[in-house]
Design a binder for this molecule. Structure first.
Ligand SMILES: [Zn+2]
Ligand SMILES: [Zn+2]
Length: 62
């Protein structure tokens, strides 16, 4: 069984699949936004990206 890519611990249910990198992570290590589930790594990345891309818009990742 692979390890969670967020916390590095062995995966155990409940797990979710990140919509971006498609890696499986604990549900507690994921973030859900706009009906999409992301691991915390991708969530952080997307948050950074959206800050640059949508300066004028509200932060939809929050
Ligand atoms: Zn985890
Ligand atoms: Zn991810």
């Amino acid at each position: 069984m692979p390890d969670c890519s967020v916390c590095g611990k062995p995966l155990s249910p409940p797990t979710v699949k990140c919509n971006k990198c498609h890696s499986e992570v604990h549900r507690g290590c994921s973030k859900k936004t706009l009906g999409q589930v992301y691991c915390r790594n991708c969530f952080k990345q997307g948050k950074k990206l959206s800050r640059y891309e949508k300066m004028a818009q509200r932060d939809t990742w929050a």
